[in-house]
Design a protein around this ligand. Structure first.
Ligand code: TMP
Ligand code: ZN
Length: 416
């Protein structure tokens, strides 16, 4: 297949086998009609973009029943509060006349701060159920996919945007050229387009291949972002690494030659060169590391099963769908996954059909081992789960490598 961005032909370094929709937790009656697609990732050596070869139609992933609500995590709520303050302090000199647009505003976790401060804003959120939750928080939102046409409509109704922001959304959009054209229409001359997504550098460094799933059609680097949006008259003038989602990058873009390029950009480009993010060999080696990680993980779970241990999963994240299906791990090795999201409870995990139990039962069931699927929230989880270690429970992790954590987790926290 050809690159989704620049149409060049490209290599396919990593195949992950058949995958279901990562966020489609299902009932037993739906097992028979479950949808699978062959998941493979490819690297374009021309524009340096890491991308999925095939992807299910957006309508299959982001729909009325979309199960992802941003506000389920406290640390994310704090993260987005800081993001809003940063925009207000550094990028919106005229608050009275400011207009902020968020692409993929989810349940309003970020825009609610603009709603509270009575700053003009608009959320563009294709999933109606999450958009409805944001409206309850006073957030102004429309249920649409962002494109040139949507941008034109918004411009007519509200005028140009000072900030177009998005978090964990750009990596979901196959047609980024359409987004680029939309941003070019909607952004003020001096405006800023800011987005953050899981960072390719972290994925390569940590072998965190669970970032690769149907929704994440891209994993970006600074080089790829510069190439993708450079086609639409934009340039990256600043970048900021983020701890969220196991390692993300925030990219600040403006129209070409409107702002000085900050040192953060050149520094990060050096890091990327060291990591080899511009070379196909890096992705071949990554593919091998994924295979090793899978073999180690399955071997560990089989051993624990033989020893008669009770092994469960902690948090039914979308990322866990890649791990479980790629490794072929079902309820025989992980008997259930505890999760706090009511929409997932009582259902089964996509593909491997592990039962999802309400988090309320975690303490009663007293498992011996819990696989930390939400490893990106490790700090928050370790903080609130001291009792688990108290009854002799142990965490199983698979990032950056497979292992069992004893009470002392500082080395692990440092490594992620
Ligand atoms: P994600 O943000 O990494 O995709 O994780 C989201 C899922 O993890 C969501 O279903 C809620 C669940 N979760 C828990 O069950 N307990 C927790 O402590 C955390 C942080 C998340
Ligand atoms: Zn390309």
């Amino acid at each position: 297949m050809n690159c989704r961005i620049c149409s060049n032909s490209q290599i396919v370094p990593a195949s992950f086998g058949n995958m279901p929709i990562a966020n489609r937790f299902l009932e037993e009656k739906d097992f028979i009609k479950e949808y699978f697609f062959p998941m493979a990732a490819a690297f374009c050596s021309h524009c340096k973009t890491f991308q999925l070869v095939e992807q299910p139609k957006p309508e299959m992933m982001f729909h009325e029943q979309y199960a992802f609500f941003s506000s389920t995590s406290k640390s994310m709520a704090k993260h987005f509060q800081k993001m809003a303050s940063n925009y207000i302090q550094n990028y919106l000199p005229d608050l009275k006349n400011a207009f902020v647009v968020e692409l993929g505003s989810n349940d309003g976790i970020m825009l609610q701060h603009f709603a509270k401060a009575k700053i003009s804003h608009l959320g563009v959120e294709p999933s109606q159920n999450v958009a409805a939750v944001s409206k309850e928080k006073g957030v102004n939102a429309i249920s649409k996919f962002f494109s040139k046409e949507t941008a034109t409509e918004i411009l007519k109704e509200y005028g140009p945007a000072d900030i177009i922001s998005s978090a964990n959304v750009m990596c979901h959009i196959p047609d980024l050229n359409s987004v680029g054209r939309g941003v070019d229409i909607l952004l003020k001359g001096e405006g800023v387009f800011v987005f953050e997504d899981p960072y390719l550098g972290d994925v390569i460094e940590k072998t965190s291949y669970d970032q690769i799933y149907d929704e994440h059609v891209y994993l970006f680097s600074v080089q790829s972002v510069a190439n993708i949006f450079g086609r639409h008259g934009l340039e990256v003038f600043h970048v900021e690494p983020q701890e969220t989602h196991g390692g993300s990058m925030r990219y600040y873009l403006c129209r070409k030659n409107k702002r000085p390029i900050q040192g953060s950009v050149t520094e990060q480009l050096k890091v990327e060169e060291k990591l080899g993010l511009d070379k196909p060999e890096t992705f071949r080696a990554f593919s091998k590391s994924c295979e090793k990680n899978r073999d180690d993980f399955v071997a560990l779970l089989k051993k624990l099963k033989q020893d008669g241990k009770k092994v469960v999963g902690y948090a039914a994240t979308s990322k866990s769908t890649t791990i479980l299906n790629y490794c072929g791990i079902g309820p025989d090795l992980i008997e259930c996954i505890y999760d706090t999201t009511p929409l997932k409870q009582g259902k089964y995990s996509p593909g491997m059909h592990i039962p999802i139990r309400s988090y309320d039962y975690f303490k009663d069931d007293k498992p011996d081992y819990a696989v930390l699927f939400a490893w990106n929230h490790a700090k928050e989880i370790f903080g609130k789960e001291q009792e688990f270690l108290g009854w002799g429970g142990k965490w199983i992790v698979f990032v950056p490598e497979v292992g069992v954590l004893e009470a002392d987790d500082s080395r692990f926290l440092h490594a992620i």
